[in-house]
Each structure stands twice: as C-alpha cells, then as structure tokens.
Design a protein around this ligand. Structure first.
Ligand SMILES: C[S@@+](CC[C@H](N)C(=O)[O-])C[C@H]1O[C@@H](n2cnc3c(N)ncnc32)[C@H](O)[C@@H]1O
Length: 260
C-alpha cells in the first residue's frame, strides 16, 4: 500500500515551489558536514526540485535523489541538465514512494530534509516509511529527519490568509504573490494549507491558482516511539541546524537516528 494519496501531491505546487522557498539554504551546511563524513552515496528522500541535491552534488557529494512527485522530479532533472557533467553524474534520480523504497543497496547516510516526513499522513505510513529507511541503512549508518510541529497554529490557527511570498520570477519577469491559509485537524494531527498564488505578468491579467496541501505533525513522544519501533536509536535531536538543543515549544526538530 502506498503511503501517500494517489496522484502527485505536488502537482500544483511544483510550478511555484522554487519561488516559494526562495534562496533559503540554512540547512545545507549541516547536511554537508554529515555527508562529507559519510560513505557515498547519500540518499535524499523527498529531494523535490533539488534545493539541497544540487548544492550537495556541486560540493562533490554523490546523491541518490528520491521523490514520489513526477512534477518535482521533472524540475530536478531540468535543473540538473543545466549543471556541468561532473555535477550531473553525481546525482541519480529515482521516482519512488519512501514507503515502498527498494533500492537494493544500504547506505551510510539517509536524509529526509525540510519536512518531507510530514507529508506521510498517517501513523501507519510513517511506520512503514521508517521501516524501509531503517532497512536501507548500513550498520552504524545515520538517518536525519527534519520535522515540524506547528505549536502556535495548533493553539490558535490564524483565520486570515498570510502573505508568504511576493517576488519576481526572473525568467519571465512576472510578479508572483502567494498566500497560505491554515486549518488544523487536531484529531488526525493534520494541517491543511490552502495555497493561493497570483501571477501578474508585465502585460496581461492576473492568473490565480488555488490548491491545498496536507501535512501531518507528530509530537516528539509519538515520533520517538516510532523510531524505537523501527529499531533506530536517537543520537541527537536539535533545533536550528547548528546542534542547539530544542525546548518544549521548538517547532522544527532535526533528529539524527542511528542504526545500532
Ligand atoms: C517540502 S518538499 C522538500 C523538497 C526538497 N527536499 C527541499 O528541501 O526543498 C517535500 C518533498 O517530499 C516529497 N514527498 C512527499 N511524500 C513523499 C513520499 N511518500 N515519498 C517520497 N517523496 C515524498 C514531495 O513530493 C516533495 O518534493
């Protein structure tokens, strides 16, 4: 059983994703440090359009880039096509659902960055993904999972759409504005984001696109028992990407898990 809804959950988002995320790369130095210390290749789950994949490969890291979204993978492949040959050859792309991952290889380092784990919408899906990930680790290998827990929105979900991006697409000159409105299902621990993007061309009328994405949040106690069930030991949990210990309200957590 696949652990995400049928179809491409990023089909609508992929066109806006790079503009939405912008130049944000605060997590890269942390992943680079782990990758440089690990045996190659590194596996990156939910590689998306290659925000991390491409800079990792440029820095000399070989990456197996896995994503379930055809539209995100197509963008990664297009991005790789414009890279020099030595960067391109370091990246192997694979369209696969993490719950059904079957690389036939074991790895010293697997990354699940930037909340890709939150796209697993049930505890069963999370459990299945963790079992597959654990099975792909070498003895003593590390699995890094970056998750979010939206404590503030769980307590008080903003009722108004929030402006998240207001930028210019340098390829087309179009102005891109994007808003998120949130709703929380605290029983299922699902946050639904309603995205609205408006594309304003230099000449012409505004094109408006609306769609939703869903992510599941897990509190640390739930995650930590799932990690234990998958036989993964917690080596470190931090917030930010510089090893800072989290507190009880930290909304972003980076788990470093280890195969015993
Ligand atoms: C927030 S994006 C992160 C993309 C990229 N890693 C980055 O940091 O910009 C999450 C990615 O996870 C992928 N994803 C979601 N569910 C997945 C699954 N079950 N298996 C593999 N990839 C999945 C999505 O298609 C999307 O590209």
């Amino acid at each position: 059983m696949a652990c995400r809804p049928a179809g491409d959950v990023y089909a609508d988002f992929s066109a806006f994703y790079d503009l939405y995320v912008g130049e944000w790369l605060e997590d890269l130095p942390c992943y680079l440090e782990y990758a440089r210390a690990a045996r190659a290749p590194v596996v990156e789950i939910g590689a998306g359009t290659g925000r991390l994949t491409v800079p990792l490969a440029r820095a000399g890291i070989s990456v197996v880039a896995v994503d379930s979204s055809a539209s995100m993978m197509a963008r990664l492949e297009a991005r790789l096509a414009s890279e020099p040959h030595d960067v391109r050859r370091r990246v192997q792309t694979l369209r696969a659902d993490v719950c059904e991952l079957s690389l036939g290889t074991k790895h010293d380092l697997i990354l699940v960055p930037f909340y890709a784990f939150n796209y697993l919408l049930t505890p069963e899906a999370q459990h299945k993904a963790l079992a597959q990930l654990a099975a792909h680790l070498l003895p003593k290998g590390r699995l890094l999972i970056d998750v979010f827990v939206p404590y503030a929105r769980i307590e008080r979900c903003p009722s108004e759409p929030l402006l998240k991006v207001d930028t210019r697409d340098c390829r087309t000159g179009d102005r891109i504005r994007g808003w998120n409105a949130y709703s929380m299902d605290t029983q299922r621990q699902i946050e639904t984001r309603r995205h609205v993007f408006e594309v304003t061309p230099a000449a012409g009328s505004v094109i408006r696109t609306e769609f939703t994405t869903e992510r599941r949040y897990s509190f640390p106690a739930e995650l930590e028992s799932q990690f234990a069930e998958a036989g993964l030991a917690i080596e470190q949990v931090s917030t930010g990407y510089d090893g800072r210990p989290p507190d009880a309200r930290s909304e972003q957590l980076l788990y470093v898990l280890r195969q015993p």
